[in-house]
Design a protein around this ligand. Structure first.
Ligand code: AMP
Ligand code: MN
Ligand code: MN
Ligand code: MN
Length: 304
């Protein structure tokens, strides 16, 4: 049920008819636009195939799907899961799954608990920095959405403690800073299993954003492929051609080890005032196999 909402039969045809964007955020997580407003903006930007991929939630999918029907745009259910890779955390985008399945529900419920616990701990740490009322402030800004660090960042700006959200991360919320809290997120393999059990494809998001050496990154890609991962974001948000080339080289190395990973792309849009990650502002380079080919042939399911 609902494995792909208002999905036409030919994704390749659709891919040729407009822009594709398979990674973006709404007010269901840390985005600024409601799911309906996001879909409307995507349509204005020429997007014909869109996946809503909020952090650790599918709460916005039904609203986005209704809006997509009005705008004659194809909406794929998606999510951006936070997952553990050893002691590090990585982001795994899930696409084109049954967003009402028990597998997705339980993976989301687990993260709800972890995020609520983390939010309390972040607030306690910020309290020690002399900032009172952070939890209530971040919760008010989240308006019922899962609380993320960006809500704390916005609260710190609103309360006058810092002058920008970037500075809030740099000073308080980033790794190793005073408000940093480590979380034992469900691991990479478990996360991939949840997505695939719900009929979806698992995509390693923005591989160059984890601050890994090339050797470690190749290790991550091999672990990801070995755990059943389907694709890698070859193009994401603001990325220069040299970086895209680096990812393609890594994919060749993965392929030389006998693993096949498809290519995905997404703007990682969060808000309208960031033109470097506007909806639909991404293209796949030639010579890669797009992730949506999986949905035409379903070949990866047959090979296990
Ligand atoms: P969370 O999922 O709650 O850990 O928050 C992660 C989100 O915070 C990312 O998806 C970004 O939207 C945002 N973020 C991470 N680092 C920064 C930064 N340095 N400046 C601004 N936003 C950031
Ligand atoms: Mn985000
Ligand atoms: Mn991410
Ligand atoms: Mn994202």
């Amino acid at each position: 049920m609902n494995s792909a909402l208002n999905r036409p039969s030919g994704f390749t045809e659709l891919a040729l008819s407009g822009q594709i964007d398979l990674h973006c955020h709404s007010t269901a997580s840390d985005g600024i636009l409601s799911p309906a407003a996001l879909v409307s903006r995507a349509k204005c930007q020429g997007v014909s195939l869109l996946a809503l991929t909020d952090h650790d939630t599918v709460r916005g999918v039904d609203e986005a799907s209704r809006a997509a029907k009005c705008h004659d745009l194809t909406l794929i259910p998606g999510i951006e899961f936070t997952a553990g890779w050893g002691k590090r955390s990585v982001h795994i985008v899930g696409l084109n799954f049954d967003h009402e399945s028990t597998e997705i529900r339980s993976a989301v419920e687990l993260r709800d608990i972890l995020r609520a616990e983390r939010a309390e701990k972040i607030a306690e740490k910020l309290e020690k920095c002399g900032f009172h009322g952070a939890l209530a402030g971040a919760a008010a800004l989240a308006e019922g959405a899962v609380i993320g660090r960006p809500h704390f960042a916005r609260w710190l700006v609103e309360a006058g403690h810092v002058d920008s959200t970037a500075r809030a991360f740099k000073r308080y919320l980033g790794a190793g800073k005073a408000g940093d809290v480590s979380v034992e997120w469900p691991q990479l393999d478990e996360t991939i299993r949840s997505i695939r059990a719900a009929g979806g494809a698992a995509i390693l998001a923005h591989p160059l954003k984890y601050g890994l050496t090339r050797t470690r990154l190749l290790g991550l890609l091999l672990d990801f492929a070995g755990a059943g991962g389907d694709a890698v974001e070859v193009v994401c948000g603001q990325q220069n051609p040299v970086q895209t080339r680096e990812i393609l080289t890594l994919l060749e190395q993965v392929s030389a080890k006998g693993w096949k990973l498809h290519a995905s792309l997404g703007s990682d849009f969060h808000q309208p005032d960031q033109p470097w990650r506007e909806l639909g502002g991404v293209r796949l380079p030639p010579g890669v196999e797009p992730v949506w080919n999986l949905w035409q042939t379903d070949a990866h399911r047959k090979s296990g």
